[in-house]
Structure formats: structure tokens, C-alpha cells
Design a binder for this molecule. Structure first.
Ligand SMILES: Nc1nc2c(ncn2[C@@H]2O[C@H](COP(=O)(O)OP(=O)(O)OP(=O)(O)O)[C@@H](O)[C@H]2O)c(=O)[nH]1
Ligand SMILES: [Mg+2]
Length: 256
């Protein structure tokens, strides 16, 4: 992918010792010119030390250690800051648990040739999930429908975490004002890209449920998503109404 310049995939980890070497091995085989940044939140199972070993053996692998579990969004923000500062042209996201397949990353990179952000999507034609219980699928589809309706965006899988951004996109969306710490970070970023007039494309992927290790999805993470999306949606509706009524010079809209 020489046209795209230097590419790095940021992989946040919390207790992924059973998955990390396997995943990074696959990634380095599938995409030998793509670098890797592991962002570990001081995992109790020793994932951070394992990442250091992988980095010592392969100069394309880098590690960022954070002091404790701060959430997926916070880990990505730290990783993006490092990658931007280090000069990468394309900065991507993927999970460490094998749900996002390195062998399908080429689909995202190819689509980025004429986009600013590409999302690997489960919920467009050709996309799929493997080994998901019906309840989990209903939750993801329902969550995405809620996002589309409330935020007025047309993205089918706005919560997905297999993505590639051009550095210019990340530079345009004011990462310093992002406050989402959990998984709602994904929805936050795609919405910011759309509002900034950037081109967002979805490509189909096959999402495979993790086989090893535990999910970090929690009630608190889900609550943060629901609360923030509802607040953004209501604010968007209020602003639309103001514009329609022709008195848009009202109060400033603060970040949340
Ligand atoms: N650094 C860091 N990584 C995290 C944190 N929470 C989750 N992750 C990582 O983010 C990725 C996605 O988390 P998962 O637990 O797989 O979430 P999920 O895919 O919604 O849940 P499953 O479908 O059960 O796997 C994994 O690589 C996690 O290790 C966190 O607080 N800090
Ligand atoms: Mg997962």
C-alpha cells in the first residue's frame, strides 16, 4: 500500500495474553509493511510484558504502557497521539481478540484510497458475524439503529472497531475535545468525521467472536454509550429546530 504512506494499526489490550502473539503474528504475515502499536493498560495477566517481548523481536511492533484500565477510547486517544507524533500517514484500529481478521485489513486499506475513514462493517451486504448469540446480534443491530435514528447518520455499523483513518482526518476532528472513554468512542469519532465533511466508507467484514479471554464490555460501558448518544441526538435535534425557526444565534454548544 505504498500509495497510502506509512500505516500503523493501534491495538488496545486489557488481559489479552492468550491472544496477542497470535494476532500480531497474523497481522505481520498478512501485512508485512504495516506497523503495530499495542496500548496496554497495565493488564494484570502480563499482556504488557508480552507486548514488550514482541516489540524486542520485531522493530515494526511498538508498545505504549498506561498505568491502569482507563477504557477503550482513552487507550485509542493515547495511541493516536503517539502515532501522529511519530509521523504515520494512516492510523488504524483493531481488537486484540481476533474478532477483526488481519487477513481482511487489505479491504479497508484499498477503500481508503478514496476515503478519509474506512470502517469494517458487519451490517452491510457481505458483512457477517460468526459465533454470536442472537441476543448479541440484536443488541448491536438495535444499538446501530438507535445511533442512526438519533444522530441522523447513515452509517450501518457506527460502533465497529475495525477502522483505518488518514492522519488528515484525525487532525481535523479535534481529538483533544473527545471525552468518550468507553466503546462509545467509536460512534463519537465517526460522527465527528461526518460533521467535518470527511468521506466515510464502509466495507464488509466477517467478525469472529473471541475464542479466548473475557469480554471487557460492562454495564458502565453500555450506560455511557446510551447516555452520550441520547444527549448528542437531543442536541442535534434542538439545533435543527433552531435553524428551522431561524434563530440559530442562541447559546453556544459545548463539547460533552
Ligand atoms: N487498553 C485497553 N484496552 C481495552 C480496554 N477495554 C477493552 N480493551 C481492548 O479493546 C478490545 C475490544 O474489547 P473486547 O472485550 O473484545 O470487547 P468486545 O469485542 O465488545 O467484546 P467481546 O465480543 O466479548 O470480545 C480488546 O482488544 C480489549 O482488550 C481498556 O480499558 N483499555
Ligand atoms: Mg472482542
Amino acid at each position: 500500500m505504498s500509495d497510502l504512506g506509512r500505516v500503523i494499526m493501534v491495538i488496545p489490550t486489557y488481559d489479552e495474553a492468550d491472544n496477542l502473539a497470535w494476532l500480531i503474528g497474523r497481522l505481520r504475515t498478512a501485512q508485512p509493511t504495516v506497523d503495530v502499536l499495542v496500548v496496554d493498560d497495565n493488564s494484570p495477566d502480563g499482556t504488557g510484558a508480552l507486548a514488550d517481548e514482541l516489540a524486542a523481536a520485531d522493530p515494526a511492533v511498538h508498545v505504549l504502557h498506561r498505568p491502569g484500565k482507563g477504557g477503550l477510547g482513552a487507550a485509542y486517544l493515547a495511541g493516536f497521539a503517539w502515532a501522529l507524533e511519530t509521523g504515520y500517514d494512516v492510523i488504524g484500529e483493531m481488537d486484540a481478540d481476533g474478532s477483526h481478521q488481519p487477513e481482511q485489513l487489505h479491504r479497508l486499506l484499498e477503500a481508503l484510497l478514496d476515503a478519509d475513514l474506512v470502517i469494517g462493517s458487519r451490517w452491510i451486504p457481505g458483512g457477517s458475524v460468526v459465533n454470536w448469540p442472537l441476543r448479541r446480534e440484536a443488541l448491536s443491530r438495535g444499538g446501530n439503529l438507535y445511533v442512526r435514528m438519533l444522530l441522523g447518520i447513515s452509517i450501518r455499523d457506527a460502533t465497529a472497531g475495525f477502522r483505518v483513518f488518514r492522519r488528515s482526518a484525525l487532525e481535523k476532528i479535534d481529538l483533544a475535545s473527545v471525552q468518550s472513554t468507553g466503546y462509545v468512542f467509536q460512534t463519537d469519532l465517526v460522527t465527528r468525521c461526518l460533521r467535518a465533511g470527511l468521506t466515510v466508507r464502509e466495507v464488509p467484514i466477517e467478525f469472529v467472536e473471541r475464542e479466548r479471554g473475557d469480554s471487557k464490555m460492562s454495564g458502565a460501558v453500555a450506560t455511557e454509550s446510551l447516555r452520550r448518544i441520547t444527549r448528542w441526538g437531543l442536541r442535534e435535534r434542538r439545533d435543527q429546530l433552531r435553524r428551522a425557526l431561524g434563530r440559530s444565534k442562541g447559546r453556544p454548544t459545548g463539547a460533552s
